[in-house]
Ligand binder design. Structure first.
Ligand code: ASP
Ligand code: MG
Length: 422
């Protein structure tokens, strides 16, 4: 059994969905569990629906939902060549449920409504792809993942109940493969024990696929992308990037930690725990080598890996009365960060001060400063970028840093981080 994941970019147009069909056709007789995310930018569009609904701008929300509906119906008709197919009823049912939600008075939290509305994207895309696959001879079963992935009610970032979900996978998903070779289901979503829809965090489909791979003991997971594979830097930010043919789980976790938007950071653990390799492949040309992520990979073969995190803030916390910032104070400071769910990207401390670099989230920072202010003097600097380079070569590092004012630097073994102002 293999697990495949196709993301929004691979479902961006009728043409691309046909290409996805061709990819799957090139794996005949293979048992495939296929996890799909919402088409193109649908998740962003649904977020707008949720925002407008919550602001009680119901007409705008309804109009935006209508646009999404029209777009999906066009794609379905284009792929199926008719509007007579039963999938249109299924799509209609999903839209009707979303309209009911829009008809409610928002009494619960924003995150709850967000999940009820935004989960629609994956339901629509999988229904369409499943119907299309059946018409081109890729016989498959469509699975509502909300009957399988049980989570808590931490809406927008729900946590999977592993025991219950494993039981569902064994009892409900495994038997489907007696009937068919292909099961198509949604990434990113799940359900509480009250049958409320949840989402697992933006870009969470990679993670959904990894949970399935783990629970089905798959031989591999493949993420099909519109790029060659994992690159040593974001090609949108740096010229001359190179493909990485093989890399370890640990290295990918580090890259994600430093801010590389490669693979959803939660994806690696379920795969590592069962030693399932993760392949990143290009659906535009499946003959390209792509990237293999597994336990052992030769780091000597790795190029320098460059990650740039933009929109950073440097916060310097200084004791008001010249008392030292020792372990007890640092522990107080950490507790405050933890309480506000603020992640520290880089830190350094001196005798009476503690400096750290965090993402610029103005609301959280305001709260943070308010809280810290009682004990400390705070200064802060925004509009910074945090560069991380692993396996760096001094000359390239100087070239990258050229023209930037470095505010904080840290080196450890093969990794260097520089926080700079442009
Ligand atoms: N559709 C969701 C998102 O765009 C999940 C995913 O793409 O992985 O965030
Ligand atoms: Mg997406």
């Amino acid at each position: 059994m293999k697990v495949f994941k196709f993301g929004g970019a691979s479902l961006e147009s009728i043409e691309r969905i046909r290409q996805v069909g061709q990819i799957v056709q090139s794996f005949p007789d293979e048992k495939l569990l296929i996890v799909i995310s919402a088409m193109a930018k649908t998740t962003n569009e649904l977020e707008k629906v949720a925002e407008n609904f919550y602001l009680r701008k119901k007409e705008i929300a309804a109009q935006l939902l209508f646009n999404i509906e029209q777009g999906h119906l066009r794609v379905a008709e284009g792929l199926l060549g008719t509007t007579e197919h039963p999938v249109f009823q299924q799509l209609q049912q999903f839209f009707t449920e979303a309209e009911w939600t829009l008809g409610e008075k928002p009494m619960r939290t924003y995150d709850y409504y967000y999940d009820q509305l935004v989960s629609l994207g994956e339901l629509l895309s999988t229904a369409i792809v499943s119907a299309y696959f059946n018409t081109i001879g890729l016989n498959n079963e469509w699975l509502d993942v909300r009957d399988v992935f049980r989570t808590d009610d931490n809406f927008r970032d729900a946590n999977i109940d592993w025991v219950y979900t494993q039981k569902q996978v064994t009892e409900k998903v495994v038997p489907l493969f007696n009937k068919t070779n292909i099961v198509i289901t949604q990434g990113f979503i799940g359900s509480t024990d009250q049958n409320e829809s949840v989402t697992l965090g933006r870009e969470g489909s990679d993670y959904s696929a990894a949970v399935f791979a783990n629970m089905l003991d798959a031989e591999s997971q493949t993420i099909w992308k519109d790029v060659e594979g994992l690159k040593n830097a974001d090609p949108k930010l740096f010229p001359n990037t190179v493909n990485i043919p093989e890399i370890s789980y640990a290295e990918v976790i580090e890259m994600a930690y430093y801010g590389a938007q490669v693979i959803h950071p939660k994806t690696i653990k379920p795969l590592q725990n069962k030693q399932i390799p993760l392949l990143v492949k290009c659906f535009l040309d499946k003959n390209l080598p792509g990237t293999v992520i597994r336990e052992e990979a030769d780091t000597r073969k790795l190029p320098p890996i460059i990650v740039l995190k933009k929109n950073q803030v440097l916060l310097t916390i200084t004791s008001k009365d010249y008392s030292f910032i020792t372990e007890d104070k640092i522990s107080d400071i950490y507790e405050i960060f933890h309480g506000l769910k603020i992640k520290i990207n880089l830190m350094q401390n001196g005798a009476i001060n503690f400096s750290c670099c965090i993402d610029n989230n103005p609301e959280k920072i305001e709260l943070l400063i308010k809280t810290l202010h009682q004990q400390f003097k705070i200064s802060y600097n925004e509009g910074l970028e945090l560069l991380t380079v692993r396996y760096y070569q001094p000359a390239m590092l100087e070239e990258l840093s050229n023209g930037h004012q470095v505010m904080l630097e840290q080196r450890s073994g093969s990794t260097i981080q520089r926080l700079w102002k442009k």
